[in-house]
Ligand binder design. Structure first.
Ligand code: AGP
Length: 364
């Protein structure tokens, strides 16, 4: 087992560190196949587009919905797989469901797929396991090339899902004219650097995360707040923290915080903000959210792309580098994965096998 961990003390850390490589492999694998084109063709003919998944895969679906709206100008309806009931009794003959599951075996996602197909819908699977059940039942599959993920917490499969789904949104944008050929090529060239962004995110945060983890290890609650693309990343960050460290972490769109969650904030309550592009639109709003929290005594932390360093009232800042909207997730997510990992280790939890959790949930 030690050999399989490649010299790392845990699979989770090994898999976080593998991200630069597997992102590149996913990119090159997709660039040399027709998977994205086949998926985009189905999407371009769809009247309605849904996206589903459980846990981390659902969060990748939220990133997809965001890019589809911004880049391909297509609204997407996201739902958590176990909640497919709401859409069950509808005619889906002109709809496409994008079903995300790294294992390809999650029962809730499989049931959503079966229900959708039985009402006439077509399905695009996004999976990391060739020949698993969901890809077998789907009309088209887009594969991530993350390699086997052993740690129960999804890390490298998340970012490779994000890459595959972004590639899908870009390919559709080119098909439907939301992007010119030239813009599409440039964006795909940018995406090719996802691995570099991940490696910068790791390198630029690894020491700071150590400090941050020591200050958070004794906390009972953490908020993670973001706007835009940062909302989906905040959900994923909070899930990672809670599943491996058992510290209660909750994510919200930052604008929602004053509609309830802020009631809990008192002296020393940690609030982590996710800073993503477009900075011009989000900076001022995030600034007022930081001040609201600071005024209640919160301990404020920002993990973000460059350009958020001038926010006032921030106690701790991790700058992952200067990345645009396409590359930001790859740089911003690894610091959170590392933070979750560090907290787990400091608190003597086993990050690879958190209590009560299974890698793949095949029973309802
Ligand atoms: C992620 O860290 C979790 N362990 C879990 O939420 C997971 O993402 C979920 O069970 C979905 O699994 P899948 O991608 O294999 O369908």
């Amino acid at each position: 087992e030690d050999a399989e961990k490649g010299g790392y003390p845990h699979y989770m850390l090994k898999e976080i560190m593998e991200q630069p490589r597997v992102l590149f492999e996913t990119y090159t694998g997709l660039a040399s196949s027709r998977e994205l084109e086949n998926a985009a063709k189905l999407l371009s003919n769809a009247e309605k587009i849904f996206v589903t998944g459980a846990g981390t895969s659902y969060h990748a679906g939220l990133v997809f919905a965001y890019y589809m709206a911004r880049i391909a100008k297509r609204p997407v309806i996201p739902f958590i797989s176990s909640e497919y009931l709401a859409y069950r009794d509808m005619d889906h003959s002109n709809s496409v469901l994008v079903a995300i599951s790294q294992s390809g075996e999650t029962i809730d996602t499989l049931q959503a797929v079966r229900s959708f197909k039985s009402s006439g819908g077509r399905v695009i699977a996004v999976s990391n396991v060739i020949g698993s059940t969901i890809p077998r039942e789907a009309d088209v599959t887009v594969y991530t090339r993350a390699g086997p993920e052993i740690g129960v917490a999804a890390t490298k499969t998340f970012l490779t899902q994000v890459l595959a789904l972004t590639g899908m949104a870009l390919t559709l944008a080119q098909y439907n004219g939301s992007m010119t050929q030239n813009e599409y090529r440039k964006a795909m060239d940018t995406l090719k650097n996802a691995g570099h962004a991940a490696s910068a995110g790791i390198d630029r945060s690894i020491r700071a995360v150590e400090l941050l983890a020591s200050s958070l290890r004794s906390k009972g609650n953490i908020y993670v707040l973001g706007r835009g693309l940062g909302v989906a990343l905040a959900y994923e960050a909070a899930l990672k923290i809670k599943e491996v460290s058992y510290i209660h972490a909750e994510a919200y769109p930052a604008g929602e915080s004053k509609h309830g969650p802020i009631a809990l904030v008192e002296d020393g309550f940690p609030v982590i903000f996710v800073g993503v592009p477009p900075r011009e639109e989000l900076h001022e709003k995030l600034q007022s959210n930081v001040m609201e929290m600071k005024a209640r005594g919160a301990s404020t932390i920002v993990v973000g792309v460059s350009g958020y360093d001038d926010l006032k009232g921030v106690d701790f800042y991790i700058d992952v580098g200067n990345y645009d909207e396409i590359l930001a997730p790859y740089a911003v997510v690894p610091p959170f994965q590392l933070l979750a990992y560090k907290l787990a280790v400091m608190l003597n939890r086993d990050p690879d096998k958190p209590r009560n959790l299974a890698k793949t949930v095949t029973v309802e």
